[in-house]
Design a protein around this ligand. Structure first.
Ligand code: FAD
Ligand code: THG
Length: 826
C-alpha cells in the first residue's frame, strides 16, 4: 500500500527517445524510485531507427577525460551484468589500438597513462604480441599496440531491451510510434509533450532524442550544440580464417581493433569484419531534408553508402589485415550520429524552462554512465561524477551560433582519431574575441592560445632577446622533448622569471566577470558561497561555490564595489548559470556578464607599485591600499577599478577599465613601465607562477568531485557563517581519502603536461594522477599538482609516468614559492 502511494507521488517523467540513452535513463530513474516514466519513440521498439539501432557497439573506455572514462567504465560494468534471452549484451573481447607511426606509438604510451590514471587495466604490447592477440594483423605494419582487456562490444539493441525491461518491471511504459511534436509548458515549467494522440502530461521531460535533439530543443528556445554527422560503416564478405571460429551467438572473439593513424576501426561479425571509417570529409546532415527523405522509413539514421569515400579505407584496411584482400565490402551505410564542438556530450536542465532536460550526443560507450549521472541530477539534485565538461551551459554565447557549432563540430569529426596535444587549439574560427590590447600584443609577437573564444597570448616573441640575456646570465632553460616543446616557448621561462624580479603586464581581459547587483545581492552571494563576503565596500574575498553535496563548483573572487554591487571574478559560463538559477524570485538581484565590455591588465612584480603610483593620485602604499582590497580611481585620465589581487602571487593589481579605454590604458602602463623594465607576459608564465603559489585552477585541479578540504581550500570556507549551499554536506562529510598535493620533480629536465599517473615510491599500483603542471623558473624544476592518497605528506617520494618514462618527484609543502607571503604583502 505504502509503495503504491509512493509511486503515485513520484513525478511524471516523459523520456523522448528509446535509444540506448533513453532506455538506460528509464532504468536508472525507476531504480531510484521514480517509477512514473513514459518513454516515447517515433520509431518501433527496439530497433527504433535511431543511431543505436545499427551501432556496431565498440567500447574503448580510455579517454583523456576522467569523467568520460568513468561513464564508460560504468557502462561496461552495467552492460556486463544485463541479461537478455538472445545472448550477451556486452562481450568483453578486449580492445587493441595499434600504432603504425612513431608519433602514434608515443601517444599510445600517453594513453596507457590515462588508463592507469583512471583505473582501467591496460598494457602496451609489441607488434608481435599484437599479432598473436589478433592474428589477422600484419605485424610488419605496426610498431606496437595498447591492449585493454575490459573493453569490448555492446549489443546495443539487447542492452536497450534489457534495460527497458527492467524499467518496465518497475512501472515504466514504452510507447513506440509516438512522435513528440512539441513540448507543452506553462511558461515556466514543462507540463507535458504533444503527440498526434494528444498531450502526455509530465512534470519532467528528458530529451534523449539523439541527433534529433537539437531540433526539438530549438522549439523551446534552447540551443543544443550538436551536428548530425554521417559516418561510414561497412561489412566484408566471409573471411576464410574466421570461418568456424565464432557462432552466431559468440559473434566475436578477437579484440576490437583501432587503427587510428588511418581513421579506422574493426570488429568481427561472426566470420566477417566490420569496418568503421572517419577519414572522409565531414558529412553534416541537413535535418530538414533528412526528415522529408526518410519519412516512413525504418532507419532514418542510415543513409546510402558513398562508396568513393570508402576507397582509401579499404586500401588501408587490406594493408593492416591482409586477409581482407580476398574479400570485398558486401554491405555498407553512412550512419548518422551527433558531433559537438568539443567532443563532449550535452546534459542538463533548461534554465528558463524548468523540468526540461537533455542528455544528448552520447556514444553507446558512455550511455549508461551519462544516464546514471542524469538520473542522479534529476532525482537527487547533483550527479555523483563531475559533469562540467558535458554541461549544457558550458558554452560561451559565441559557441552557440550555428556557424560556430557546424565549423567546430566538423573539426571534431576530422580530429576524432587525431593525436591532440593538450595545448593544441582549433585553428578555425579564431580571432572572434580579442581584448583591446590585441594590436599591441600582435606588435609584440604574441603567440595566441584560444579559450572561451578569446585570443590569449601564451608568450611574446618580443621577449626573445630578454630570454637570451637571461640565459647568458646563467638562468636555466632546460631542453624539452619534442612533445612537451609543442605549443610552448622557452621565452615563457624568461617572462616568469622577470615577473618575480621586476614587473610584467598580463592581459586578464578573458577572466570571466559578472556584476551581481541589487538589494538582494549580498544575501544571494552569502547563500551561494562559502566565505564571508558581507564586508566593507572595497573588500575582495576569495570564496568557493559548492553544490549541495559539498563539491567545489567554482572558486571566485567577490569584490564589493558598492553596498549593493559586487564584481565576481569567475571561471566561466557554468558559474553564470549557477548564479542565475539561484536568483531570488522577487527580482532583487541581477547578474550581468561584464567581461566583454571591460578589460583588465594584471600588473604584477616587485616594481609594480613604483610603476603605477606616479600615475595615480590615491595612495597605493601597502597601508593605503591593502592586499585583497579594491578601489575605484584614475590612472592618468583613465577611470579604473584596481584590485590588489594576484593569481601569480606577486605585488600588484588587477586593473579594470571599460573596454573603450583599453588601448590607452595599455599604452599608459607600457610607457610608464619603460623605466622599470616592464614586459608583457603570457599565459604559460602565468600558469607557472600560479602553480608555484599553490593557487588552484578550477576545472583542472579541482572540480565538483572534490570537497574543499581535499582540495586544500578549507581556508576559504567559513563554517561559522549562516547556512550556505553545501554547508550541511560539509558538516556530515567524512575526511577525504584523496588530497591535492604539490609535487616537485627531481630531474630539472623532467616535464609533464597533465593527467599522468602517479605511483608511490616502490608501490606498483597507481596511486593518483597529475592535474596541472609547469616548469618553475623560480626553483628550476617542474612543479605539478597531483591527486594522491590523503596519507601522503611532504617528503614522500613518488614517480610519474610520462609517455612511458618514469620521473621521480617529491611531495612538497605548499606553496613551493613564498610560503610566508612576503612577496605579496609588502
Ligand atoms: P538514438 O539511438 O538515435 O535514439 C534517439 C531516439 O529518439 C530514436 O530512437 C528516435 O527515433 C527518437 N526520437 C527522435 N526524435 C523524436 C521525437 N520527436 N519523438 C519521439 N522520438 C524521437 N558509439 C559507440 O559507443 N561505439 C561505436 O562503435 C559506435 N559506432 C557507431 C557507428 C555508426 C555507423 C554510427 C552511426 C554511430 C556509432 N556510434 C557508436 C554512436 C552511437 O550509435 C550513438 O552515439 C548512440 O547510439 C546514440 O544513442 P541515443 O540514444 O542518444 O540516440
Ligand atoms: N582574479 C580574479 N578572479 C578570479 C581569478 C583571478 N576568479 C577565478 C579564479 N581566478 C579564482 N582563483 C584564485 C585563486 C587564488 C587567488 C585568487 C583567485 C588568491 N589566493 C590567495 C591565497 O590563496 O593565498 C588569497 C586568498 C585569501 O586571501 O583569501 O589570490 O585570478 N579577480
Amino acid at each position: 500500500m505504502q509503495q503504491s502511494e509512493d509511486s503515485l507521488a513520484a513525478p511524471k517523467v516523459v523520456v523522448i527517445g528509446a535509444g540506448i540513452v533513453g532506455s538506460s535513463l528509464a532504468d536508472e530513474l525507476t531504480a531510484r524510485g521514480w517509477t512514473d516514466v513514459t518513454v516515447v519513440d517515433r520509431g518501433p521498439l527496439f530497433a527504433t531507427g535511431g543511431s543505436t539501432s545499427h551501432a556496431p557497439g565498440l567500447v574503448f573506455q580510455t579517454n583523456p577525460s576522467k569523467s568520460m572514462s568513468e561513464f564508460a567504465k560504468y557502462t561496461v560494468a552495467k552492460f556486463s551484468a544485463l541479461d537478455h534471452p538472445d545472448g550477451w549484451a556486452f562481450n568483453p573481447t578486449g580492445g587493441l589500438e595499434v600504432a603504425s607511426t612513431p608519433e602514434r606509438w608515443a601517444d599510445l604510451h600517453r594513453k596507457a597513462g590515462w588508463a592507469q590514471s583512471w583505473g582501467i587495466a591496460g598494457e602496451l604490447l609489441t607488434a608481435g604480441q599484437c599479432a598473436e592477440m589478433h592474428p589477422l594483423l600484419d605485424a610488419d605494419r605496426i610498431l606496437g599496440g595498447f591492449h585493454t582487456p575490459t573493453d569490448g562490444l555492446v549489443k546495443a539493441i539487447r542492452a536497450v531491451e534489457a534495460q527497458a525491461r527492467a524499467a518496465t518491471a518497475r512501472g515504466a511504459t514504452f510507447r513506440p510510434h509516438t512522435e513528440v511534436l512539441g513540448i507543452v509548458d506553462d511558461g515556466r515549467k514543462v507540463t507535458g509533450v504533444r503527440t498526434a494522440d494528444g498531450v502526455i502530461p509530465a512534470d519532467v521531460v528528458v530529451c534523449c532524442a539523439g541527433f534529433w535533439g537539437a531540433k526539438l530543443a530549438k522549439q523551446v528556445g534552447l540551443v543544443v550544440p550538436l551536428v548530425p554527422m554521417a559516418h561510414q560503416y561497412a561489412t566484408t564478405g566471409r573471411i576464410e580464417p574466421l570461418v568456424g571460429r565464432n557462432t552466431e551467438l559468440t559473434e566475436a572473439r578477437l579484440p576490437i581493433l583501432r587503427h587510428q593513424d588511418q581513421d579506422l576501426y574493426f570488429r568481427e561479425h561472426v566470420d566477417r569484419i566490420g569496418i568503421g571509417y572517419y577519414g572522409h570529409d565531414p558529412m553534416p546532415v541537413d535535418m530538414s531534408s533528412l526528415a522529408a527523405d526518410t519519412a516512413g522509413e525504418q532507419m532514418p539514421s542510415m543513409l546510402p553508402f558513398t562508396e568513393e569515400d570508402f576507397t582509401p579505407a579499404w586500401q588501408e584496411s587490406t594493408k593492416l589485415l591482409p586477409v581482407l584482400s580476398d574479400s570485398k565490402v558486401e554491405q555498407g551505410f553512412n550512419g548518422i550520429f551527433s558531433f559537438t564542438p568539443d567532443g563532449f556530450s550535452i546534459m542538463g536542465e533548461h534554465r528558463e524552462l524548468s523540468g526540461f532536460w537533455v542528455a544528448e550526443a552520447v556514444w553507446v560507450t558512455h550511455s549508461a554512465g551519462i544516464a546514471k549521472a542524469t538520473a542522479e541530477w534529476i532525482v537527487d539534485g547533483t550527479p555523483s561524477v563531475d559533469v562540467h565538461e558535458c554541461d549544457l551551459y558550458r558554452f560561451e554565447d559565441v559557441a552557440r551560433t550555428d556557424d560556430f557549432i557546424l565549423t567546430t563540430s566538423s573539426q571534431a569529426f576530422v580530429e576524432v582519431y587525431d593525436i591532440i596535444h593538450p595545448h593544441q587549439f582549433r585553428d578555425a574560427l579564431r580571432g572572434l574575441r580579442t581584448s583591446p590590447f590585441y594590436a599591441r600584443q600582435q606588435e609584440l609577437g604574441a603567440f595566441f592560445f584560444e579559450g572561451g573564444g578569446w585570443e590569449r597570448p601564451a608568450w611574446y616573441e618580443a621577449n626573445g632577446e630578454l630570454a637570451q640575456r637571461l640565459r647568458d646570465e646563467g638562468l636555466a632553460f632546460p631542453e624539452r622533448d619534442e612533445w612537451s616543446a609543442k605549443f610552448w616557448s622557452p621565452i615563457s621561462i624568461a617572462e616568469a622569471h622577470w615577473t618575480r624580479n621586476h614587473v610584467a603586464m598580463y592581459d586578464m581581459t578573458p577572466l570571466t566577470r559578472y556584476e551581481v547587483a541589487g538589494r538582494g545581492a549580498v544575501e544571494l552571494l552569502q547563500r551561494l558561497t562559502t566565505n564571508n563576503v558581507d564586508k566593507s565596500v572595497g573588500s575582495v574575498t576569495y570564496t568557493l561555490m559548492l553544490d549541495e553535496t559539498g563539491g567545489v563548483r567554482s572558486d571566485l573572487t567577490v569584490a564589493r564595489l558598492a553596498p549593493d554591487r559586487f564584481q565576481v571574478g569567475a571561471n566561466g559560463p557554468t558559474d553564470f548559470d549557477w548564479l542565475t538559477r539561484h536568483l531570488p524570485e522577487d527580482g532583487s538581484v541581477t547578474v550581468r556578464d561584464v567581461t566583454g565590455g571591460t578589460c583588465c591588465v594584471g600588473l604584477w612584480g616587485p616594481a609594480a607599485r613604483d610603476l603605477v603610483q606616479p600615475l595615480c593620485d590615491d595612495d597605493l602604499s601597502h597601508e593605503g591600499f591593502k592586499y585583497f582590497r579594491a578601489m575605484s580611481t584614475h590612472l592618468g585620465a583613465i577611470p579604473v577599478t584596481m584590485m590588489r589581487v594576484s593569481y601569480v602571487g606577486e605585488l600588484g593589481w588587477e586593473i579594470y577599465a571599460d573596454a573603450a579605454y583599453g588601448t590607452a590604458l595599455w599604452d599608459l602602463l607600457w610607457k610608464a613601465g619603460q623605466d622599470h623594465g616592464v614586459i608583457a607576459a603570457g599565459r604559460i608564465a602565468f600558469n607557472s607562477l600560479r602553480i608555484e603559489k599553490a593557487y588552484r585552477s578550477w576545472g583542472t585541479d579541482v572540480t565538483a568531485e572534490h570537497l574543499p578540504s581535499a582540495a586544500g581550500l578549507d581556508f576559504a570556507v567559513r563554517m561559522t557563517k549562516d547556512d550556505f549551499v553545501g554547508k550541511a554536506a560539509l558538516e556530515a562529510a567524512s575526511p577525504p581519502e584523496k588530497a591535492l598535493r604539490s609535487i616537485v620533480f627531481h630531474d630539472p629536465t623532467a616535464v609533464v603536461l597533465g593527467k599522468e599517473p602517479v605511483f608511490l615510491d616502490g608501490a606498483p599500483a597507481c596511486a593518483g594522477y597529475v592535474t596541472s603542471a609547469a616548469y618553475s623558473a623560480t626553483i628550476g624544476r617542474c612543479i605539478a599538482y597531483a591527486w594522491l592518497p590523503a596519507s601522503t605528506a611532504p617528503g614522500d617520494v613518488v614517480a610519474v609516468d610520462y609517455r612511458g618514462s618514469r620521473y621521480g618527484a617529491t611531495v612538497h609543502a605548499e606553496p613551493v614559492v613564498d610560503p610566508d607571503m612576503t612577496r605579496i604583502r609588502r
